[in-house]
Design a protein around this ligand. Structure first.
Ligand SMILES: [Zn+2]
Length: 425
């Protein structure tokens, strides 16, 4: 049934652009293989002997892909488990002076962002937002003078901005104490997010300006307000920050030039407007939030049975993975309206293909829709409708004839887990 909904056509974010010039410098909007982060621990799971049994499922990154779904996440990104210290700096400009206090701006993102990470990581990431400077940091030049637009590379505008931020804050801030930096820009600088989303993250960027002996290698910039006018800004407006911080932990953008049509609302790296959502199980494994016992690797030919508990609840096996090649495979998980998954209108078994040879913003993950062209089951604004009813139900089977893979949902068990049967060559 066709639905009429207020929907914002999400502009492609700067973070998706990877420029050749930037690559030559080892600096990109969302990634580089940059070394030299102050944090010796890379994002991702801690290696253990049991991990070796999962080796076929840990599809690796590919040469030439700047920010991939491969494992392990290369060094240079922020740690994604344990205690993560985030430095928050609120900035304004002579021509865009902060309206309200800097702490009001901070309060648009906290404590929700910390709560979001605690819930999504099952308590494995403890996010400490710190704001040692309690007032707006005034930049020396007007906003326009930095030349920041959607798609702007790091050089020269962002480098200059970061240099000015460091200069303004250095007396009060020890930059070496932090794993990542959030620059919360006064919302009246630059265009409305309804027109252009400027928010961007430069991650793994060892070429960034140095302060207190460390490069500001993992820095997220948040502009404007992602307010769709539906009255939910206070509940949902913070969600741009967990998205941007996803990049500092090494996650790629899942939306493409066509918007959220490949992953829908099943991951905050796909859609960060509107109702709350979680990350895909693949991302949780990549970030070290699932351990080896929670992954079921279907690498052997033939048929195997897997019992998966809902991704939003703590404990149990969360992800079955069917490796198809060195770079691709199918992931299988159970999504229900639990944890950060607020907008799930049809619980069930989500099946998606992961391709580590596809770069950020180009569609590295594609969700299989059990009911294609249905129009979906959601009426929430800013939730991609078509894929909202993508999960498979008991009795239904996902089939990739070319790959010879089937995923049959056998049953929903009394405890809420789902039993699936995977057949592969
Ligand atoms: Zn992004």
């Amino acid at each position: 049934m066709p639905q009429t909904r207020h929907r914002i056509r999400r502009p492609r974010r700067t973070g998706a652009f990877v420029g050749i010039t930037a690559l030559a410098l080892g600096i990109t909007a969302t990634a580089s293989a940059g070394m030299g982060s102050r944090t010796p621990t890379a994002a991702g799971p801690v290696a253990s002997t049991t991990e070796s049994a999962l080796a076929p499922c840990r599809i690796s990154g590919t040469m030439g892909v700047q920010m991939s779904e491969g494992m392990p996440t290369p060094p240079g990104y922020s740690r994604s488990t344990g205690e993560v210290r985030a430095l928050n700096l609120m900035i304004d400009f002579p021509d865009a002076k902060g309206e309200g206090t800097a702490l009001d701006r901070l309060a648009e993102f906290f404590p929700q962002t910390s709560d979001w990470f605690r819930t999504s990581s099952y308590g494995r990431l403890t996010y400490h937002p710190e704001a040692p400077v309690r007032t707006w940091l005034r930049m020396p030049m007007p906003f326009a003078a930095y030349g920041i637009e959607r798609g702007s590379p790091y050089e020269p505008g962002y480098r200059q901005l970061v240099e000015h931020i460091v200069k303004a804050a250095d007396a009060e801030v020890d930059f070496s104490r932090y794993d990542l930096v959030n620059i919360l820009v006064t919302p009246n600088a630059g265009p409305s997010a309804l027109d252009t989303v400027l928010s961007v993250t430069f991650s793994g960027n060892a070429e960034a300006p140095v302060a207190d002996g460390v490069p500001l290698a993992n820095t997220s910039f948040v502009y404007s307000r992602q307010d769709d006018g539906s009255g939910t800004y206070r509940e949902t407006g913070y969600r741009v920050l967990p998205h941007e911080n996803g990049h500092v932990f090494g996650l790629p953008d899942l939306y493409t030039a066509d918007g959220g049509a490949t992953v829908g609302h099943w991951d905050i790296m796909s859609e960060d407007w509107g109702a709350n959502n979680d990350l895909l199980g693949w991302h949780k494994w990549k970030l070290g939030w699932l351990d080896s016992t929670q992954i079921s690797c279907a690498s052997k030919s033939g048929t195997s049975t897997h019992v998966l508990s809902p991704l939003g609840t703590e404990g149990g096996v969360k992800l079955a993975f069917v490796p198809l090649s060195a770079n691709t495979g199918y992931a299988v998980e159970v999504r229900t309206q639990t944890g950060n998954d607020e907008a799930v209108c049809k619980p069930g078994v989500l099946v998606y293909k992961v391709d580590s040879a596809v770069d950020t913003g180009q569609g590295p993950v594609i969700v299989a829709d059990s009911t294609s062209a249905s129009g979906g089951c959601t009426r929430r604004s800013n939730v991609h409708a078509e894929l909202s009813d993508a999960p498979f139900q008991p009795g239904e089977t996902f089939t990739d004839e070319q790959a010879g893979v089937t995923v049959k949902v056998i049953a929903r068990l009394a405890n809420g887990s789902y039993q699936v049967r995977i057949t592969r060559p």
